[in-house]
Design a protein around this ligand. Structure first.
Ligand code: TTP
Length: 399
């Protein structure tokens, strides 16, 4: 089935990690989110992809070129990010006159559920949650609870706990309904298009076993945890004879694991990366290409993007470090509150719970810490921001 994949968004809730990187290109377990989505869609039955690009479009085009997993890719450009209906409108001229799937390029779907969605069109992928009021909740026909009649955004009193995953199979005629009016939050929403389609034909809710929308920084850790489950050991780089490796670990070519290192997988060590000597890596950790983890450093359940360096005697837990970050020696991340409550973060000016008892810091590309910096749980250090030696950072610093 022809599949439109939305990858044009600005990813504002993911800042500073998206200051120069489109969100679908952020890596989980060593590969961009979008690559995982395309893989699963190809397995589920995608016959061709129309990838909608916009924000930092060239990074997507250059990475994927004109095919992935044996499936041809065409690109559609969404010049301004006006919303998901507008993104599909940008793709419409590329579509054949047949039903088509729409997926978000920054969400993860379980393989079998996606295959079921493809077989069940017209259909919407749905997911059961405990807190439906935070999502778009599916409205279902009172006589047939597999039939979708619409979507209500963030209802105070949700009528079900089945939410919209943003994955759809639409009939060909949907392209006639893409001109919707601007929603309350100021966007052209695909859910408004869906409402019209539900009035025209039967749309089935396909419950997904697993789904993850990667919108905010801690969800990138959740994506890494999920995708690390399917890593299987592959050592293409060099591992010292006295390093200890447990669990499933990928060590890419030209990566070096030095003497005295312990890695408890699942873990991913990218091309040309260096770990150790005497470092300790645990949890679902991914170390990007050409990153450096120095002597006696501990990294736990974290993501280091390419070219990040963590100097000797540092601790990084439950954190995300952007491209080219440099942590001075003795930098320590706090990842737990004294009151044991979930760590909070500020996202677009709002204080929100990460839902995680353990959560560390989010550091933008090329930020640097002075030696012996302490970073408090939930703090953001922005792109190219710095700290002085011995500084204790308890509030976000964006520049
Ligand atoms: P969102 O996650 O709602 O938007 P976003 O990715 O821009 O992130 P943020 O809200 O943090 O700014 O978008 C859902 C999907 O749709 C996602 O895959 C990006 C894509 N999208 C577009 O392709 N074009 C658009 O205009 C918008 C708003 C989203």
């Amino acid at each position: 089935m022809q599949t439109v994949v939305l990858a044009a968004g600005q990813g504002t809730r993911m800042r500073p990690l998206t200051d120069a990187t489109p969100k679908p290109m952020l890596p989980a377990a060593g590969r961009p989110l979008l690559e995982h989505t395309l893989d699963r869609a190809a397995d589920a039955g995608a016959s061709r992809f129309v990838v909608v690009v916009g924000y930092e479009a060239d990074q997507v085009r250059e990475h994927f070129g004109d095919s992935h997993a044996g499936v041809d890719i065409e690109y559609a450009e969404q010049t301004a990010q006006r919303g998901t209906a507008d993104a599909v409108r940008a793709a419409a001229p590329e579509l054949d006159d047949a039903q088509f799937a729409v997926l978000n390029g920054d969400a993860l779907y379980d393989h079998d559920s996606l295959a079921t969605l493809y077989e069940s069109g017209p259909a919407v992928g749905s997911y059961r949650v405990d807190n439906p009021s935070n999502y778009g909740v599916l409205q279902l026909d009172s006589d047939d609870d597999t039939r979708v009649t619409g979507v209500v955004e963030k209802p105070a009193n949700p009528e079900s706990n089945l939410i919209n995953t943003g994955s759809y199979v639409f009939p060909a005629s949907t392209t006639e309904y893409l001109d919707v009016s601007t929603s309350e939050r100021g966007e052209l929403e695909l859910t408004d298009v869906l409402e019209t389609v539900c009035g025209e034909t039967t749309v089935t809710a396909v419950p997904f076993d697993r789904w993850l929308d990667v919108g905010r920084p801690w969800e990138l850790l959740a994506a890494t945890e999920w995708l690390s489950e399917s890593l299987s050991t592959r050592i293409d780089g060099t591992v010292s004879d006295d390093a200890t490796i447990e669990g499933d670990i990928v060590v890419e070519s030209d990566a070096t694991i030095k003497s005295g290192v312990t890695i408890e997988g699942p873990a991913y060590i990218g091309e040309d990366a260096t770990v150790g000597p005497n470092a300790y890596i645990r949890g679902a950790t991914a170390v990007g290409a050409n990153a450096k983890v120095g002597h006696a450093v501990e990294i736990k359940n974290s993501v280091l993007l390419s070219d990040a360096t963590v100097g000797h005697l540092s601790y990084v837990g439950d954190s995300i470090l952007g491209r080219g970050v440099n942590f001075g020696a003795g930098t320590t991340v706090a990842n737990l509150r004294h009151d044991d409550e979930p760590v909070e973060m500020t996202v677009k000016g709002d204080r929100v719970s990460t839902g995680r008892r353990k959560f560390g810091v989010v550091v933008g590309d090329n930020a640097k810490t002075g030696i012996n910096t302490s970073l408090n749980a939930g703090v953001v250090l922005g792109t190219a921001a710095t700290t002085t030696p011995g500084e204790v950072l308890t509030r976000d610093r964006w520049e």
